[in-house]
Ligand binder design. Structure first.
Ligand code: HEM
Length: 277
């Protein structure tokens, strides 16, 4: 049997002066970005797990910006598509923990000291996602003070309406009684659960057929938060499995800090209304 030559099927085999797969995707740049600081075998896994998470976060932010713009323009249906994709991205990130979980505490301790004070706590994209959806805390800007470019991006995010702000502005435009103080709130501040907002969502959930778009929007937001909560839970469980109750490299109490973050509610009224329906 002769060896199969895919060029007979038309496969392009010569890339002199033509853009190839690696050129378009800048694969060299990506594959040259794994600089192991220790000789530990598992450091490669640790680096790639974080880098791939950052790539997925980049896409989530891209979709989030477009979803917000679509809602602001009244094109809520276009936003549904993007919000569904963001939820899937988080599902992807959730499955990724299975790979990291194969690393034991003995393996991690072989390179943990090499990380110095670096930690996911300093992930500006993660913070940007939190700010973009509505979990705003200006204290989280401080680890980025040494990078004016990143600080400016995070500051700019705090000055814009969040995804939740945009959703509520949309409901107000549709004639639902969103309280004015909520629509005119200080955007930089943290979200504070508001009875008036819950009352609006209750109108929607009590008569979905009359407010179908708002109802679908609400469920897309809940979906996102559901996956996001699972990410947080998977993270804290993996952290406990790998470092127990040691302090984090970023300086926090570690698992205790992360457990506290499990209590964060992004869209509190959407969760609270379920009790009162
Ligand atoms: C063995 C693996 C991991 C360990 C032991 C670990 C540990 C920790 C700890 C202890 C914290 C709290 C801050 C600190 O004091 O350092 C933290 C925060 C964080 N980690 Fe991880 N982590 C791991 C993997 C990951 C991965 C794969 C990602 C993906 C990007 C990630 C993203 C984050 C983020 C975004 C925070 C900030 C969370 C917040 O402030 O709510 N971590 N991590």
């Amino acid at each position: 049997m002769t060896t199969y030559d895919p060029s007979r099927d038309g496969a392009q085999m010569s890339f002199d002066g033509r853009m190839s797969y690696g050129d378009y995707l800048q694969i060299d740049t990506i594959l040259n970005a794994q600089t192991l600081l220790t000789g530990a075998h598992d450091e490669m896994l640790f680096i790639i797990q974080h880098q791939t998470s950052e790539l997925w976060m980049r896409l989530a932010l891209h979709e989030m910006d477009a979803a917000r713009a679509a809602i602001a323009a009244g094109e809520v249906r276009a936003a549904f598509k993007m919000l569904a994709r963001i939820a899937r991205i988080f599902e992807q990130l959730n499955s990724a923990w299975d790979v990291l979980r194969t690393m034991t505490p003995s393996e991690y301790t072989r390179f943990r000291d090499g990380l110095g004070q670096s930690s996911g706590f300093q992930s500006w994209q993660y913070r940007l996602i939190e700010f973009a959806v509505g979990n705003r805390n200006a204290a989280m800007l401080r680890p980025h003070a040494h990078r004016p470019d990143l600080l400016a991006r995070l500051e700019a995010e705090l000055a814009r309406p969040s995804l939740y702000d945009e959703a509520l502005r949309h409901l107000a435009r549709e004639g639902l009684p969103v309280p004015a103080e909520v629509l005119n709130r200080d955007l930089r501040g943290p979200w504070v659960a508001h009875e008036g907002v819950q009352a609006v969502w209750e109108i929607v959930y009590r008569a979905p057929e009359q407010h179908w778009e708002a109802y679908e929007l609400a469920e897309k937001l809940v979906d996102f938060e559901d996956y996001f909560r699972r990410w947080r839970f998977n993270h804290v469980t993996t952290v406990e499995r790998v470092i127990g109750f040691k302090r984090g490299t970023g300086g926090t109490s570690g698992v205790q800090y992360l457990r506290r973050m499990l209590e964060v509610e992004l869209f509190p009224e959407l969760w609270h209304l379920r009790t009162s329906l």
